[in-house]
Design a protein around this ligand. Sequence first.
Ligand code: AMP
Ligand code: MG
Length: 492
Amino acid sequence: MLKEATEVDSARSLGPAWQPALSALGPDFCVRVDPRPLEAPHWIDRNHALARELGLQEGWLESQEALMSLSGCAVPPGSQPLASVYSGHQFGVWAGQLGDGRALILGEVSTTQGPVEVQIKGAGRTPFSRMGDGRAVLRSSIREYLCSEAMQGLGIPTTRALALTGSPSRVLREEVETAAVVTRTAASFLRFGHFEHFGGPGQEAQLRQLADHVIDRFYPHCRDAASPYAALLGAVVERTARLMAQWQSVGFCHGVMNTDNMSVVGLTLDYGPFQFLDAFDPNHICNHSDSQGRYAYKRQPAVAQWNLYCLGQALLPLIGAQDDALAALEGYRSTFEAALTAAFRGKLGLDDALREEDVPLIDTLLQALAADRVDYTVFWRRLCDFRLQREAVRDLFIDRAAFDAWARRYEVRCADLDPQLQRQAMRSVNPRYVLRNYLAEQAIARAKQGDFEPVKQLRAVLQAPYDDHPAHQAWAGLPPDWASSIEISCSS
Ligand code: AMP
Ligand code: MG
């Protein structure tokens, strides 16, 4: 029988001063929920770099209080854990009410960058758990923990991961697994789905309250616009378009781009069956449950736009004129395309003015990569040395004639650029390391045996993915053959 979570002694706490998050919005938005303790919690990894960024006291992450608080076995002093309500479209279909079914917001901590929300994920049932058990299994928690920091290392907006705890408590999925809790942080965990929840008739007051909160906190410039709520939509459109360009350029597939997994502040949110592409295949579907390929790699930008229309629909009672909403949504395509072209030009080391031939050069390359299923990350990293070691790039292609034809165009395009400066710039945008599925699987297999060293080492390498890390050369190489048979589904 599990015990109730206990209060920790506040007088001796080294922990942060927890401020209430979202609760100021009132009971329509969130409910007070205590975590449900797990058996014998233990640390798997702690992210001291993030702890420092958050200004947490040196030593708190070493404390028993932190272990108990971040595993959901105790409520830290001053915290009022909350679960928030949202709704959403799942796989294109209105799913109605969802909400934080297994995530609890412990509160906000104030940092030099502004307030940051802290959530624990997997700490038990909430009023929004529906059929779920409120738990998260070790395997999916390791994936979320590592990928959060991998994305941060890549410079892609994301929720962060502060700590990962495990427990021998059993959790039933397709088979019996063990539980884990990820502590994640973000300026905001608000989703498109939070707005969709209040987008229906008779809920305009709550909708306005939510929109005002988001404007005040994250988009204050929208206040000065003729239509602040249309400006809010436009601001989310812009951040989302830029985020999609970053995902596409690094080969990241989210896997479950439901509207409840889309961040209002443009973060990568809710890591489930995600994948970084191994071989480049625009049609790649990383989520084994996504039988229709709705969230295939190449469809992500269009899905984000569809999701933004849902957000626009939800905000319509505040925006008023449909044309204003449509005008705000209109910016998506041009922002995305400009950001994507800029990202690919950066990957090619073209930091001079855009030329007419650049977009066709990118398109031809992507076609060649797709035709030969070239490893995406290895290709770009090798391309950094193209002007010194052309053969290493060429070796990745089956159709050498097609590659040679492209390479001649690329060479001409690069003629005026300094090779050393270009190489340096390319190495700062083409990562040597991404969290390939097989790397996560290997770390998970070892963690299941009680060895957390690979998780820690992988986290450290992925936090600096543009560096060389000679001790971990193998992680930068081509994936093993078995990598393509890994199946990751929604169940986690
Ligand atoms: P996801 O697919 O992880 O984005 O989750 C979709 C919805 O299901 C959200 O409302 C989650 O909180 C909820 N959910 C997912 N897994 C669980 C679980 N094991 N227990 C309770 N709720 C869950
Ligand atoms: Mg979710």
